[in-house]
Design a binder for this molecule. Sequence first.
Ligand SMILES: Nc1ncnc2c1ncn2[C@@H]1O[C@H](COP(=O)(O)OP(=O)(O)OP(=O)(O)O)[C@@H](O)[C@H]1O
Length: 348
Amino acid sequence: MTDIFTEVRNVSKRFSAKPDFAEKLAIKLGAASTPPVVHALDGVDLQVRRGEVVGLVGESGCGKSTLGRIIAGMLPPTEGEVYVEGAERSQLRGQAARHARLNTQIIFQDPMSSLNPRKRVVDIVGEAPVAHGLIRRGEKQAYVENLLQTVGLDPSMADRYPHQFSGGQRQRIGIARALAVKPEFLICDESIAALDISIQAQVINLFMDLRRQLDLTYLFISHDLSVVNHIADRVVIMYLGRIVEEGSADQIFDGPNHPYTAALLSEVPRIDRRHRTFQTIKGEIPSPMNPPPGCHFHPRCPFAFDRCRAERPALRTLADGRRSACHLNDLDQRPNFSVTEQARENSL
Ligand SMILES: Nc1ncnc2c1ncn2[C@@H]1O[C@H](COP(=O)(O)OP(=O)(O)OP(=O)(O)O)[C@@H](O)[C@H]1O
């Protein structure tokens, strides 16, 4: 059995954007010939190893959900390949394709919109395992009650409807539904973002308990670095459709290599406030319909130089094992924006 659960190789995804009024007019007048294209992902390479928790972080619109959906098999990539347990996903057929589909489950932010309000929890959670022949219909009630217990809900609630639950409880129902088909890999796409802070901590604890109990692998998608700080073994930072840095959680939090990672960290409210000395990110994230040339981050980067404006930096493995895509790594004298011990002491 391979150590790598899933891998994406050189994956790009482009969407045709819906043209606005001015763009429709330009197409009609012949000044533009095609609707604008959104470059949601641009040459992404990523591996998720069996049993690890990978945090995928970046600002809204950088392509996190698109990558999650492609890994889950819900969207095809425009270019590149997705491997699941060693096999290229688009080549899988029949039983193998079904296994891959069930083995990776995705949990979204808003459980209410994905829970049918007219169905009881026993049917919401129990439908898929019956349909896929994992359990017999007669076993459904006991199976669902057992799952509700696993996710911290009272089994006697199985006959209730979604509206009879709180937001946190509904997210637990969503988790039970995902677990019902016995996946090994969970993709949590902003799964706690809509919950109150105190409930967020409870749901994170549940995810981590489930990891131990069920040997799960996770891709944890969040726009908030402080969320993945608590749970991720490895953190992947995305900016405008590309991975800019990837490393162990300690590497990322204690000494970011990429200026974008450092800027994101400066915005994280931290108890030790170590990273607040870095200036916050300037300017708006550019449009993925018209990404800047060279390094996508250069218009907002305080350290950008000519090469950053012209040439895309490769995502390279550095001496400490992390990957980073930044031309600063090729300079003899890299600007030091990681926080000095003195600054740490001053800000503590
Ligand atoms: N089906 C689609 N059609 C057109 N554009 C899309 C589609 N899905 C996503 N996009 C665009 O692709 C880009 C990446 O979107 P994506 O949802 O993956 O980003 P994200 O980082 O998950 O952001 P958020 O946290 O706001 O969801 C955005 O510009 C988005 O508008």
